[in-house]
Design a protein. Structure first.
Length: 159
């Protein structure tokens, strides 16, 4: 019998972040921004999503908002015990969506490339856990190197 040295929550976090990374890679292959997300309720994946601003011509379809939209209409009681996994630290729009629905925990793949809302989230009682994942960081470094104009547009800056 083999046992994992990581605590069960870390194993689950790794598994669900990997789903978000898979979405980020799909988004990159589609010509978009490589940011993915997964919404998980008590160990069950409710939805995955990816930044689809380029693909849909949308100003607001970030990874987290796409994921939450794909989950469909849910009772507030579901959001209040769910975890949002995202490959990149949320922008204010995505943080606001999580706050609106009282998502209590957000697991972030990396926050070196971009970090705007973590203190806001924490000030509202959200548990923010940063995994500092090398795959997430590599995706964003590739984005900034190869598609800088799309990245600046995504975060509302001039490039």
């Amino acid at each position: 019998m083999t046992t994992s040295s990581a605590p069960p929550e870390q194993d689950q976090d790794r598994m669900f972040l990997d789903l978000a990374i898979e979405q980020a890679r799909i988004g990159w292959d589609e010509g978009g921004v490589p940011i993915g997300a997964a919404l998980v309720h008590r160990g069950e994946v409710l939805a995955v999503g990816r930044n689809r601003r380029v693909q849909l011509g949308s100003p607001i379809r970030h990874g987290e908002t796409d994921c939450i939209d794909r989950a469909g209409r849910l009772p507030a009681s579901v959001y209040r015990v769910s975890t949002l996994y995202t490959t990149l630290s949320p922008c204010f729009m995505c943080a606001g969506t999580a706050l609106l629905y009282d998502v209590p925990r957000i697991v972030v793949g990396e926050n070196r490339t971009f970090e705007a809302s973590e203190s806001l989230l924490r000030s509202h009682g959200v548990q923010v856990d940063v995994m500092d994942d090398p795959a997430c960081l590599a995706l964003m470094q590739k984005m900034i190197a190869e598609r800088p104009q799309i990245w600046f547009e995504d975060i509302g800056e001039e490039g």
